[in-house]
Write a protein that binds this ligand. Structure first.
Ligand SMILES: [Zn+2]
Length: 348
């Protein structure tokens, strides 16, 4: 059995943002090219996407906002915020991004394959219930978590967001929800501004938002340490029935938007930790979805590293983890997060 599935579709290239926009169609072009290379071609089960229904979108988004995006159909350019715009087919493409992830979730939940990676755009984690922002139109991962909860009666879903930026939209979608644990590492203070240690959820969702804000400079070892010392114990106590990852590759060491220091080898190790959590808690059910990542070489190599790990294939890239120098201060950050989260998690 092929254990790993991917979602890829040329239609995702038709959300046009312009050559000079970092979130442009070349991002998926380089990933799709990599998938055609020897050693990658034919190694993954390809899952066809579908257009998400209005009902599915409205599990997260207001009907008024869905109408607003529908109204952009056929128009060359509509600005949603200073960074985010639609083109003539974005309404279709954005629904196809959500629907691709939903189909991937279905296969994982039905046991057709163990894990998968939705290689889709536009990304989603900044999208709020009532507005698009930060290159995102619909919140792919948030809709998918609500969908999985409803369709498969899941009580506990873990969303790990390792994108450079804080996933404000995802955090807000589940801020008072006792069923979805949102864990984010991100550069801070930085766009979009949210994601401080003290944001821990509210009401019934208190303790189910875990933010690890980072000053920049964190690389492979630091991310692995943070996942092992904060995420792993919390996940073991939460026992998710499905693990989802908002996989942003803008923490790559040469990304033009960020100041992190992660190499493809680091993404391989980070993916391994996600797989360990899924193995331990939920019969290996793991679904990853592409968020950011704007250095095309880095994106291509890092997605390859993650996919190879997911599929149990050897990763031969970069032997060294490329660290320039050992970074100090990570222990202090971990300690601060644990101090705040200790109230909610016995294991800490
Ligand atoms: Zn990002």
């Amino acid at each position: 059995m092929v254990s790993t599935a991917i979602v890829k579709d040329k239609r995702y290239l038709r959300h046009i943002t312009g050559e000079y926009h970092p979130e442009n169609h070349h991002r998926l072009e380089v990933i799709y090219e990599m998938l055609e290379e020897e050693g990658m071609k034919g190694k993954f089960r390809e899952v066809a996407p579908r257009i998400a229904t209005r009902e599915e979108l409205e599990m997260v988004h207001t009907s008024r906002y869905v109408d607003q995006i529908a109204a952009t159909y056929g128009r060359d350019y509509t600005m949603l915020d200073p960074d985010t715009s639609t083109s003539a087919e974005s309404w279709e493409v954005a629904r196809l991004a959500v629907g691709g992830l939903l189909n991937l979730v279905d296969g994982v939940m039905k046991g057709d394959y163990k894990n998968g990676f939705a290689l889709v755009r536009p990304p989603g984690h900044h999208a709020e219930t009532n507005r698009g922002m930060g290159f995102c139109i619909f919140n792919n991962v948030a809709v998918a978590a609500k969908y999985a909860r409803q369709k498969y009666s899941l009580e506990r879903i873990l969303i790990v967001d390792w994108d450079l930026h804080h996933g404000n939209g995802t955090q807000n979608a589940f801020y008072e929800d006792p069923h979805v644990l949102y864990f984010s590492t991100h550069q801070f203070p930085y766009y979009p501004g949210s994601g401080s240690i003290g944001e821990v959820g509210k009401g019934e969702g208190t303790g189910l938002t875990v933010n690890v804000p980072l000053p920049g400079g964190q690389g492979d070892d630091e991310y692995v340490q943070i996942f092992k010392e904060i995420l792993y114990p919390i996940a073991e106590e939460f026992i998710p029935q499905l693990v989802m990852v908002s996989a942003g590759f803008d923490i790559y060491f040469q990304d033009p938007l960020g100041a992190m220091d992660v190499t493809p080898r680091g993404f391989c190790r980070m993916t391994e930790i996600m797989m360990e959590i899924a193995r331990k808690c939920c019969q290996e059910r793991l679904v990853m979805v592409l968020e950011g990542g704007y250095n095309l070489t880095g994106l291509r190599e890092s997605v390859e590293a993650s996919l190879r790990r997911l599929g149990g294939m050897e990763y031969r890239g970069m032997k060294e983890d490329g660290r320039r120098k050992r970074l100090t201060g990570t222990n202090e950050i971990i300690k601060s997060v644990r101090t705040v989260q200790k109230k909610f998690w016995k294991t800490l």
